[in-house]
Design a protein around this ligand. Structure first.
Ligand SMILES: O=P(O)(O)OC[C@H]1O[C@H](O)[C@H](O)[C@@H](O)[C@@H]1O
Length: 279
């Protein structure tokens, strides 16, 4: 069967958007940030990603929701505190390298305009390969094109849409996590993993399969190439301090991030692939 699809490009606010509508799914991708904003598979019609109603689509600020690409560092820069959190590609224009129709999915390949920036010396090619079918595949390929090794951190910082945070659990995590809200204190992963307050945790484990259960629906997350999983929800009080978050938005979202927080070294001529598949 040939896939019937349309990929169109249209401006929304200040940003250029790709809209993919094929037999299997509908998705939108912002070229600002190489940022997937929505993904709804047609077999169940359930939106998997959350986008803040107050997200700034001005091609200047990071977009709150969807899948921000954090690279070449995750969180604050480890030595230069003046640099933006989560690196500089989420606030850059990306361009389409190609867009291919396969039998059961559409593949879109994007690259940022610049990979070198203050705070990172590596010589690299960075490629985001997005696959839209029954599942959403996101692959971030970091290639070392220089003559020196470099180390990067980063994340596929996915914001998942949930019905209600008070009826939401995560499965697949175990062992200890570092609590960013308690000076990285190590604590045991809660079982069951439910939410009743601000959460910002680095789980130092590498499960391939995770699931978010919310109001009878299960979103499956497959991860590759990560050294940790970050789980984040700002909860009510912090949300009120964030200009791009509706007061009750935190109830509808949970970030489960396929992450490299400990540092991934890439040798000359080698590449590292960080991947998340959502279904
Ligand atoms: O507000 P942002 O820069 O997009 O970061 C949002 C969040 O990202 C990650 O989940 C971090 O662990 C959090 O500490 C941070 O607050």
């Amino acid at each position: 069967m040939h896939l019937s699809q349309t990929t169109s490009s249209l401006p929304q606010g200040e940003i250029e958007m790709l809209v993919v509508d094929n037999d299997y799914a509908h998705a939108t991708i912002s070229l600002f940030g190489g940022h997937i904003l929505s993904f709804t598979p047609k077999h169940d019609g359930i939106q998997r990603l959350w986008l803040s109603k107050k997200a700034q689509l001005d091609a200047k600020h990071p977009i709150r929701g969807g899948i921000p690409i954090c690279w070449p560092w995750f969180g604050p820069h480890n030595t230069q505190t003046n640099l933006s959190a989560h690196g500089y590609v989420r606030t850059q224009a990306w361009h389409v390298v190609n867009c291919v129709d396969n039998d059961d999915h559409t593949t879109i390949c994007l690259k940022p305009s610049v990979t070198k920036g203050e705070g990172f010396d590596g010589k690299t090619q960075l490629t985001l390969i997005i696959s839209i079918g029954r599942e959403l595949g996101v692959k971030l390929v970091t290639e070392n094109t220089g003559e020196q090794p470099f180390t990067y951190t980063g994340a596929l910082h996915s914001y998942f849409h949930i019905e209600d945070i008070s009826d939401c659990t995560v499965t697949g995590l175990s062992g200890q996590y570092e609590d960013k809200l308690q000076a990285y204190k190590r604590l045991p992963t809660p079982m069951p993993y439910a939410f009743n307050s601000e959460t910002d945790r680095v789980h130092l484990v590498t499960p391939k399969e995770l699931a978010i259960k919310s109001n009878g629906h299960v979103t499956h997350i497959h991860s590759v190439g990560h050294d940790s999983i970050v789980v984040w929800n700002p909860w009510a009080e912090k949300s009120r301090t964030m200009h791009d978050m509706e007061d009750n938005g935190y109830r509808k979202m949970l970030c489960v991030e396929t992450s490299v927080t400990q540092g991934q070294t890439v040798l000359p001529g080698q590449q590292h692939v960080l991947e998340q598949v959502i279904r």
